[in-house]
Write a protein that binds this ligand. Structure first.
Ligand code: UDP
Length: 348
């Protein structure tokens, strides 16, 4: 089967390409503006096109026409950009992705679309509740631009679903819940506000001795999934085209639910375990508005209900500490080898 992956050079995409290349069962075509994260994968195992889906539309069309399966991972996915550049988020995460959807419809190609757990929005519940794929989607006001990302992802999902209902598109939508692992995000100078996702912030702080900044005290909760478990989820979908046809799946590990303060504490502890050195970083609280700017809002996020995906035979294997340890070990190794460093100057 010929699989075309748009956004193959990102964190999730690079793991999918690595996995598919190692299995050597399919013809893999990887498309991205950068191939830095694909560096360790034998170049003979896949074909790479350096292209931007927003401008290289003829190439996109050609590749979709030739494909048996299209996987779309293209997105801005760091919350600080939702607040700083909301229109760019819509342009890439909705307009450009919609173009891919429409071409899949036109060429009658199967689409696996990566969406986000953020589509659930401010969903909250009681202790022990989990969010399933049929839950209501509840967002904050328009003035809180954080929700523009979720809105873009949600509308894309609705259009894909409607094409499916009309019998024009075979699709699977995946909703990732905070995947972490090697190659996740870039490191930042101590004290940086905004920028990458929380793991990279805390890792940067540990490597530089700077503070671990807890936004609004770190009471927000997230469920972290090891990228290898996430890749196995993709394979489960691939292996069961009937079971995954025109369906939406949560991809996450409800057992790895933690507060952000809890994540910081695990990372401090694992740093000590892996390096033998007591971390010098402190935990400090920072107001969300100071960290991200005025349009930020956080959600009462619940852990995922994974009944649907479990029915395809998938089960996450790695607990929170293992997930954190393996991700930190990668960053420590890259740092020790001089391939990754914490920049000296604050980003802003
Ligand atoms: N966060 C934090 N400190 C940081 C970066 C982020 O406390 O240095 C918080 C952020 O406010 C959110 C959570 O960590 O509550 C997860 O943020 P992330 O950027 O990883 O992604 P999200 O799950 O919000 O998409």
């Amino acid at each position: 089967m010929k699989i075309v992956l748009f956004g193959a050079g990102g964190f999730i995409g690079s793991h999918l390409v690595e996995h598919l290349a190692a299995r050597a069962e399919h013809d893999i075509v990887a498309v991205d503006v950068s191939d830095d994260k694909l560096a360790g994968i034998p170049p003979t195992a896949y074909r790479f096109h350096r292209a931007d889906i927003r401008s290289d539309r003829d190439l996109v069309d050609e590749l979709i026409a030739e494909a048996d399966l299209v996987v779309d991972l293209v997105a801005y996915a760091n919350p600080s950009i939702y607040v700083e550049a909301p229109l760019e988020v819509v342009d890439l995460n909705f307009v450009a992705n919609l173009d891919i959807v429409e071409r899949c419809v036109r060429h009658r190609r199967r689409l696996i679309q990566y969406s986000s757990c953020e589509v659930y929005g401010k969903f909250s519940g009681r202790e022990g509740d989990r969010v399933d794929e049929e839950a209501d989607l509840v967002y904050g006001p328009v003035s809180k631009h954080r929700w523009i990302y979720a809105s873009a992802k949600q509308l894309l999902e609705r259009i894909i679903h409607a094409h499916g209902l009309a019998g024009q598109l075979e699709f699977t939508i995946l909703r990732p819940f905070n995947f972490i692992g090697p190659r996740l995000d870039y490191l930042v100078p101590p004290g940086t506000r905004g920028g990458p996702r929380v793991f990279a912030h805390f890792m940067s702080a540990l490597l530089s001795g700077g503070p671990l900044q807890l936004v609004d005290g770190g009471t927000a909760r997230r469920s972290f999934l090891h990228i290898a478990d996430a890749t196995a989820a993709f394979q489960a979908v691939l292996d069961d085209p009937d079971g995954s046809r025109n369906a939406i799946f949560n991809v996450g590990n409800p057992d790895n639910d933690t507060s952000i303060r809890g994540l910081a504490e695990v990372m401090l502890d694992v740093y000590w375990e892996l390096t033998g050195e007591e971390p010098t970083s402190e935990l400090v609280t920072v107001a969300a508005e100071d960290f991200y700017g005025a349009g930020y809002d956080d959600d009462g996020r619940l852990p995922p209900d994974i009944t649907r995906l479990s029915a395809l035979g998938w089960k996450p294997q790695r607990d929170l500490r293992t997930t954190v340890r393996e991700t930190m070990a990668y960053y420590l190794g890259e740092h020790a080898a001089g391939r990754l460093s914490v920049p000296a100057l604050p980003v802003r």
